[in-house]
Design a protein. Structure first.
Length: 472
């Protein structure tokens, strides 16, 4: 493997606080591979791929992904080489409990024990997430998050993880982007079970929230001495204009997609605007006695913020058809701002200041809760064409992307934001759900044609210098 050092001779203009968390994030299904090995049960991705391989870019499924299950030692060594002091992974529920409940798969527990130990030995703090889109199939068969029983099974699984790994893991996360399974699975058809049903969507969101609160409660009951939080994709909703109808549209979009999880997770309360809408249209979820207290009393210690793109909205141009299925878009239209900067590979706008706006919002309206950027990154298709004669991918666009976001983060810190770190999505190229290996996000490239060979990209070396200097 070719290694060309990237040296930065610049003087440090953007210095970050001491002990800043530098690292990256990944998830089990996207990296581990070995989907049918080591006693793992099937999850919805394994199943969906069997049923509809055409839904996945180039027909590539989750069975092998980036092979972290076999190569974790080498990968952790590379993380260390790139200056990581922390890394967020997720545990696969169906690797721990093949049926989602019942007997523990000891081989699964052994694997995570080895990974955690290996990271700690390398001086990398493991941040561990319990749910990253990967419902065990057996749980989906009884309704997944639609079914309240699944909340209890999730909490039992979480408790097992706290018991087995909590002596070494001090940063826990219940969910990654819990709005995404709602959007993908129950509104917009990009996750299994491909249902379009607003009532179910609301119930799914509610049960995810309840499972967050109950898992936090369990952690504290067990005497957990670390921190427990949730990772949310906080997508700022910018109105097209300051016209009151545009502003109102953006407030509603914000209530649906950000405050829906942020308010209950941090404040233990539901956003009034969302509750009013759900009540008016008769879509309030089924709740049980005691739930409100459980949610109120079990709020998070910290928030992971995933930020990729802003949401831009405008007042509706046309009234929705009265018989159309109920969707959040009944209240706003998405708005394509002329002149916006795009990552065309992913179809996402790049708006670096969004990261600052999120952090200032958390500071001003959420008691400046401790947080970190838990994902941010740039997926690019066809990166092989940027490989130079020494075999290194010259991803200057990624360096620029990260650098510009870090500058805005730095400004937020100077203004008092309680942001503690920055994790890139992702460490090495991995499997992106239905996009499979279309867009590459890693500091490290994974060559699927060469036995998943890893090579560090230019951005990886650049990041190493940032971590060493604690700034740039
Ligand atoms: C986030 C997810 C990640 C990751 C990332 C990039 O929503 O938490 O799992 O996949 O987005 O998105 P994509 O893979 O769809 O390009």
């Amino acid at each position: 493997m070719q290694r060309t050092e990237v040296t930065t001779k610049e003087t440090i203009k953007y210095r970050f606080p001491q002990d800043f968390w530098w690292g990256s994030a990944a998830s089990a299904t996207q990296t581990e591979g070995a989907a049918n090995e080591g006693g793992k049960g099937k999850n919805i991705w394994d199943y969906w791929y069997e049923q509809e391989p055409n839904r996945f870019f180039n027909g590539v499924g989750p069975e092998k992904t980036s092979r972290f299950y076999e190569t974790y030692q080498e990968d952790i060594r590379l993380m260390k080489e790139l200056g990581h002091n922390s890394f967020r992974m997720s545990i696969s529920w169906s690797r721990m409990f093949p049926e989602g409940k019942g007997a523990l798969n000891q081989e699964g527990a052994d694997f995570y024990n080895k990974v955690i130990d290996e990271m700690i030995a390398a001086g990398i703090e493991p941040f561990v997430n319990l749910y990253h889109f990967d419902m065990p199939l057996a749980m989906q068969e009884i309704g997944g998050w639609e079914n309240r029983e699944v909340v209890d099974h999730f909490v039992s699984y979480a408790e097992t993880c706290f018991r087995l790994f909590g002596d070494r893991v001090k940063k826990w996360f219940t969910h990654n982007e819990p709005i995404v399974p709602v959007e993908g699975g129950y509104l917009y058809n990009f996750h299994y079970p491909e249902i379009v049903d607003f009532r179910k969507a609301v119930q799914v969101a509610y049960h995810e929230l309840l499972s967050n609160a109950k898992a936090i409660e369990a952690y504290r009951k067990l005497g957990g001495d670390g921190q427990i939080g949730i990772v949310l994709n906080l997508t700022p909703s910018y109105p097209r204009s300051q016209h009151p109808q545009d502003v109102k549209a953006s407030e509603i979009a914000d209530a649906f997609f950000n405050k829906s999880f942020l308010d209950p997770a941090v404040k233990g309360e539901f956003p009034p605007l969302l509750v009013d809408i759900l009540r008016e249209y008769d879509y309030l979820p089924k709740m049980e006695q005691g739930d409100v207290e459980t949610i109120k009393n079990n709020t998070v210690d910290l928030i992971g913020v995933n930020y990729y793109q802003p949401r831009r909205v405008k007042a509706k141009e046309y009234l929705p058809h009265p018989d159309a299925p109920f969707m959040p878009e009944r209240f706003f239209d998405n708005y394509e701002m002329p002149g916006r900067k795009m990552n065309r590979h992913r179809g996402w706008e790049i708006y670096e200041k969004g990261i600052y706006d999120i952090l200032i919002n958390l500071k001003d309206n959420y008691d400046n809760i401790e947080c970190f950027i838990s994902e941010n990154g740039m997926g690019v298709e066809g990166e092989e064409k940027f490989r130079d004669e020494n075999g290194m991918i010259q991803d200057d666009y990624r360096i620029e992307f990260i650098r510009e976001h870090l500058k805005w983060m730095h400004k937020a810190i100077q203004e008092g934001s309680n942001v503690k770190g920055y994790h890139l999505w992702t460490f090495m190229d991995n499997w992106s759900w239905t996009n499979a290996y279309k867009n590459r996000y890693g500091f490290v490239s994974v060559n699927l044609d060469q036995n998943a060979e890893r090579t560090i990209k230019k951005s990886g070396y650049w990041f190493k210098s940032v971590t060493e200097n604690n700034g740039f």
